[in-house]
Design a protein around this ligand. Sequence first.
Ligand code: DGL
Length: 275
Amino acid sequence: MNSSGFTVGVFDSGVGGLSVLKALLGEMPQAHFVYLADGSHAPYGERSAEQVAERAHRITQRLRETFHIDALVVACNTATALAIEGLREQHLGWPIVGVEPALKPAAALTRSGHVGVLATRGTVESARFARLRDRLESEASKPLHFSFQACDGLADAIERDDQSDIHTLSQRYIEALRSHAGTSAPMDTLVLGCTHYPFASEILQALCGPNVTMVETGAPVARRTRQVLEALPLPETQRVVVPGVTLLSTGDPEPLERAAQRWLGLQVRGQHLAC
Ligand code: DGL
């Protein structure tokens, strides 16, 4: 079955997951996407694991009940790191796709063997992230070193579209990444391990210079979502699904609406959803 006729839920703490939605729209233009920004609880990166898991459970339940979504994309590295296992247990056999920092593609790409990773504190300090990093470093057939940096405040600055804060924080974290690198090999690859960061990629690229390649996760996640949907059994009754996007925020929908217009060219009215 092809991926048309499906309704897919997508959520993030805020506007960051739009970088994933962009890739999903390119991969599955016939599907309908219900995008929820948890604006009243953003940012997730500096919240406790329990708080993030509680939000992820509540949002998933609400999107299933109210919007009858066929699958969910957790378009947030932090929520994936802290909540996806619990979500899958609770929604057994139901398709949930997560987003993880692209360490594996970066390991394949690096020539110097030094990969930098920027992510939220929640992601960097998670057991899931540590397992992925340790496994890749120990399995690598060539010297491989990951330097990582928790970027407190950066997702929030992107959320507020505060260019001055985005610049100051990006500079601080790129410098920190270099100063505690733990290897003399030059960093030639930078993983944007938070879905907000692609929206700061021009600033980050300018700070890192042209010899550093940025890696993000939107495209592989979109491909994976399409494969998952195409493997689903045919629904017993065919529903009519209008291709497009519904934009929801648990907070003020206006910043989401503006970001979707600016970055994705979407002319969609955002709605508030109490959840
Ligand atoms: N965009 C999210 C991520 O990928 C969360 C950022 C935040 O809310 O701190 O981790």
